[in-house]
Design a protein around this ligand. Sequence first.
Ligand code: KIV
Length: 278
Amino acid sequence: MEDNKKITIQDILSMKNKRKITMLTAYDYPLASLVDRAGIDMILVGDSVANVVLGLDSTTKVGMTEMIHHAKAVTRAVKHALVIGDMPYESYQINPQESVKNAKRFMEEAKCDAVKLEWFDRCLEVTAQIINAGIPVMGHIGLTPQTADKLGGFKVQGKDAEQARRLIDEAQALEKLGCFSLVLECVPDKIAEMITKNLKIPTIGIGAGINCDGQVLVTYDLLGLFERFTPKFVKKYINLAPLISEAIEDYKKEVIEGKFPTKNHSFTIKEEELKKLG
Ligand code: KIV
């Protein structure tokens, strides 16, 4: 595949068993540009924007208005990656009858390439409707943050045989409906491996071990920009928060001490023009 060509759903499907798939989140133009420039295959405009950018305590508190706003900024930046809009809780769980309309907004208004939906009790019915409307869907099973309270909190899912069987069945049902890939969140590595081997579509793991077909992380986590908590599955590839704090403190000091701006950062006016002012 050419490096600068736009990635398609077909490209993602054909990567299974050939090479690992990379996916990260982005919510704004500058970060989406950097993620895209690095050649990441898929960019998720995740509802995790609620926690990491908007300072909310639950992903269920973000709605379509915010998600479309962020998705538009991301698609303006992206030339290469497949962009996936994460459907917020209200858009398909509170309002299943509005789900196709909301999925279409991600595609038509925000120019996304696909949408993602978390598993919930009417997931199959809603997913089928969106796929029938011609919209590519990525499923999401295991720990589904939008309904974490029903799963006993933010816990690893599929730790006993009954729960694991349920996950295997959910994965197969979503593949049968026509999902093009599946996020497996916080699932024991052996169960993620079983699901991955059972499916023809790629699995994308987050806290689901090395044997998934690809991996996703929240970009703010891997950059060390989200300080409230760090889940066990996160690897911080850099710790930007202290570096940013240091730069801001340097700016503050230089302004207070009159060292910034210098002549180099200032504009001039000719002496003769100044004289005219008296
Ligand atoms: O919203 C999000 O960032 C996600 C990922 C954790 C997969 O759903």
